[in-house]
Design a protein around this ligand. Structure first.
Ligand SMILES: Cc1cc2nc3c(=O)[nH]c(=O)nc-3n(C[C@H](O)[C@H](O)[C@H](O)COP(=O)(O)OP(=O)(O)OC[C@H]3O[C@@H](n4cnc5c(N)ncnc54)[C@H](O)[C@@H]3O)c2cc1C
Length: 474
């Protein structure tokens, strides 16, 4: 049985995935999910492929073959190995699937490495976290996370939202665990995952102690509901090359007095401990490293589509078009350079692991949320109305009006079929529901950009800069 087959078997576990007001009875056969399920299974199968297996997996101390996102980087070369594996998975989906490629696996690995950080506050954390990490690593499980309270009123604490259990909160404790009620948002890829880590992603106050809880569940955990947004999936691969395969879905988690067993409760009633482990630099650097590798795949893809769009209508000789294409290449080259910089400047942490340099990673992440929307804008500028001037189906090129349509839709350098395929792909990226979702994703996935920029200002080591000015003016 391949890794993909094992994954398909795991999906039918009674998870309560809600779409269009109903629980989806069988993810692998449902039209809104089956294309993406096939893609995830296909990506997992790369781990069994003799060509890619060595690049994607390693042998653990228990003898299992595990994904490299779970590798503890004890050598500097391990940072590059991890990076290569992220790129293989991201390239396989053109960077548009963010959760299968290892973001939260890498985060869990970081927590495992630094699990002693909060032993004095949460004595059970190191052992529980170690068992959880080993379980996911050795069983090759996929994980996402949900960390935000419902928006409602952002000037208020979770405890001030009127109904006490609007945001996820502990209701009571029993011999077996904690009972939780309320919502957490949003778990990208939630319906497709094996595990979901739930914890506040922003700092909780002491008044919100009962909201300061970190635990993990499977999507089929009793009392847990996944409320999906509208599906952007299509069953028509020919006309919708991305949404037919890569709608990874975003879901709000609703907990209806779910009992979370103690073994899976990592932290409770402790805003400071959660914030300490969440904001740890080692953890952030290891997990965001994966994000930047994925962003390179995505920017490469958009730059390629832009180049093809321009060539397809013969506009590459115009200087302003060259300027726009060059901007796509600058984006790609600068994020790639930042990724390499972070990797080559990796440092040996006192815990004996290599960690990518944080500043280039943060810079790439923050640039990414401006670059990606601009890249989509460039695709629109290059295409004019081209993306909308296509027949609704590719098949029409061979229909009753075939000869006329083949003439009308041909490009400067390609036949009608190739040009219409390209335009449909470009529309998927820029104008479709999936495309709009991806723009929003790149703007927000790692936090509100206003605050992540401000955070980089606060964290930046400004002293060397000030010293330079100091030396100049005395
Ligand atoms: C496609 C997509 C996928 C995502 N996937 C995940 C996931 O898998 N897991 C996960 O946990 N999260 C995920 N997120 C959530 C993401 O982390 C948040 O969107 C992001 O942190 C911003 O939070 P918010 O959406 O609640 O917006 P808010 O924080 O409510 O911000 C909305 C607006 O209000 C302003 N604002 C709000 N509060 C303040 C304040 N205190 N000070 C100043 N300005 C404020 C912001 O600047 C912004 O303009 C995803 C988001 C998107 C769009």
């Amino acid at each position: 049985m391949t890794a993909g087959d094992r994954y398909l078997k795991r999906l039918n576990d009674g998870r309560r995935v809600w779409l269009n007001g109903e629980i989806v009875p069988d993810l692998p056969s449902h039209p809104a999910f089956r294309g993406t399920v096939r893609s995830v299974a296909g990506i997992l199968d790369l781990q069994d492929d003799p060509v890619t297996s060595r690049e994607l997996t390693f042998t653990t101390n228990t003898g299992a073959r595990a994904n490299l996102a779970y590798l503890i980087p004890t050598e500097k070369e391990d940072i590059f190995r991890r990076s290569r594996s992220y790129r293989i998975w991201s390239d396989a989906t053109f960077g548009v699937m963010s959760r299968v490629s290892g973001f939260y696996r890498a985060q869990l690995t970081g927590w495992y490495i630094n699990r002693e950080l909060i032993r004095s506050e949460q004595p059970h954390f190191p052992e529980k976290l170690a068992r959880y990490y080993t379980h996911l690593r050795d069983n090759d499980l996929l994980i996402t996370a949900a960390g935000h309270d419902p928006q409602i009123d952002r000037t208020k604490l979770a405890s001030e939202l009127g109904e006490l259990y609007t945001a996820l909160r502990i209701v009571r404790e029993t011999e077996d665990g904690i009972v939780v009620r309320g919502a957490k948002m949003i778990a990208t890829g939630g319906p497709y995952m094996d595990e979901i880590m739930v914890s506040p992603h922003s700092k909780k106050t002491q008044e919100e102690q009962r909201y300061a809880v970190m635990f993990a569940i499977s999507p089929s955990h009793p009392g847990v509901h996944l409320i999906c947004r509208e599906s952007f999936a299509s069953d028509n691969q020919e006309d919708h090359p991305l949404s037919s395969r890569y709608d990874e879905m975003d879901a709000v988690l609703v907990f209806d007095d779910a009992l979370i067993p103690w073994e899976r409760v990592f932290i409770k009633d402790d805003p400071d401990a959660i914030w300490k482990i969440r904001s740890d630099q080692l953890v952030s650097a290891l997990s965001l490293h994966e994000n930047i590798a994925r962003l390179v795949s995505k920017l490469e893809f958009v730059a390629a589509v832009g180049t093809e769009l321009a060539a397809s209508i013969g506009i590459t000789k115009f200087a302003h078009v060259q300027e726009k294409l060059a901007e796509l290449y600058f984006q790609l080259e600068s994020v790639q350079a930042l990724l390499l910089s972070a990797e080559h400047r990796s440092k040996l942490h006192p815990l004996g692991v290599w960690v990518p340099e944080m500043q280039p990673i943060l810079t790439a992440k923050n640039l990414g949320n401006r670059y990606y929307p601009r890249a989509l804008e460039i695709l629109q500028q290059l295409s004019g109305a081209g993306m909308l001037q296509v027949p609704s189906t590719l098949a029409e090129l061979n229909g009753p009006l075939g000869p006329q349509l083949q003439n009308v839709y041909r490009g400067a350098d390609r036949n009608a079929e190739d040009r219409v395929k390209l335009l449909k792909l470009a529309w998927e990226l820029t104008g479709s529901g999936l495309g709009a979702r991806h723009e929003l994703y790149e703007r927000f996935y790692a936090g509100d950009p206003v605050r992540t920029y401000a955070g980089q200002y606060v964290e930046y080591d400004k002293q060397p800069l000030l010293d330079k000015v100091g030396k100049r003016i005395g």
